[in-house]
Design a protein around this ligand. Structure first.
Ligand code: AMP
Length: 299
């Protein structure tokens, strides 16, 4: 599986703690999450301020870094402040830096990967990666409000070429202008994808598929959310990794894979940056999966 997205350094403030210079970016969370299930290759770019320690963190997950380019200049930087609810946040700054002139050139081994995650980054870069892959079985794209607002046309291009789009509730409303999320998902499907996953933070996610099938994906209720950053990326990465591991793309493998996405995201928010994912084991993931199944049992 291959993932493209931002490789970033984040400054994050929650109502309880402020942390600077954290390893972040959509591709970091997504690759780390996917690595529990499958072999994953990263596509991204970093500047010369990207420390060896960050690189070692990537290596500790066994992520293939042959598609991670290093350029002179500064790494992508993002800074945000969370509100009291630990869900909504204000972006204080976004500096694209080396991403502004980044032109992905995928290693030959990546080009035949069957699973591709177009993580949150400029839609033009997502398209460039999509164009270089030739044996794709399942492609997922994620995005955010910024790209809906400033790059809608190229984002529409991306959406028209993927099997699944994941986005959160407010982004689905922004993209479609429709408040009802079920209707919004159906409208997004008319743009191309067979599946739309609308994420609703601690309230879980909703999968709507072309056959009008609707499934609810529960969120695991964690004891304490320390930092929600990257939850969506971890969700998408673990989902596609688990789907790749299942060996077959069909309705009965997509839903459990989405539950794995939800489980890994629930671990990711228990600490800043990739800290909780660094110590996470597949056994802990499976335990929590079983607990969530028990919690959801109706009879
Ligand atoms: P999420 O909480 O899922 O939105 O992911 C947060 C991560 O996305 C942070 O680690 C940021 O570095 C990164 N990020 C923030 N804004 C952007 C952006 N405009 N494009 C790409 N990545 C971003």
């Amino acid at each position: 599986m291959v993932v493209v997205g931002s490789t970033g350094i984040d400054d994050i403030a929650t109502p309880f703690e402020t942390r600077k210079e954290l390893l972040g970016g959509s591709v970091s969370y997504a690759c780390a999450a996917a690595s529990f299930f499958t072999k994953v290759g990263m596509v991204g770019v970093v500047g010369d301020d990207f420390s060896q320690a960050y690189r070692q963190t990537y290596e500790s997950f066994g992520i293939d870094l042959s598609g991670l380019q290093q350029e002179s200049g500064k790494t992508f930087r993002w800074s945000g402040v969370y509100h009291e609810d630990m869900i909504n946040r204000d972006t204080l700054s976004t500096e694209l830096n080396v991403f502004e002139s980044f032109s992905p050139d995928l290693p030959e081994t990546y080009r035949s990967a069957p699973f591709l995650l177009l993580g949150n980054i400029q839609p033009e870069l997502q398209l460039s990666v999509l164009d270089q892959c030739r044996d794709l079985e399942f492609v997922v794209a994620d995005t955010m409000d910024l790209w809906i607002n400033i790059a809608r046309e190229s984002l529409q291009d991306v959406i028209s070429r993927v099997h699944m789009l994941t986005l959160n509730d407010s982004e689905a409303r922004l993209l479609t202008g429709t408040h009802n999320l079920k209707k919004a998902a159906l409208e997004i499907m008319e743009m191309g994808p067979r599946h739309v996953v609308i994420k609703k933070g601690e309230h879980g996610a909703m999968l709507v598929s072309r056959d009008k099938d609707l499934h609810l994906i529960p969120a695991y209720p964690v004891d304490e959310i320390v930092d929600p950053t990257g939850a969506g990326d971890a969700f998408a990465g673990a989902f596609l990794g688990a789907l790749a591991k299942s060996g077959e793309v069909k309705a009965s493998t997509i839903k459990p894979a989405l539950v794995y996405g939800s489980i890994v995201a629930s671990f990711s928010v228990e600490a800043f940056s990739l800290d909780r994912l660094v110590t996470l084991t597949l056994e802990q993931i499976d335990d929590r999966y079983a607990t969530l199944e028990r919690m959801c049992r109706v009879n």
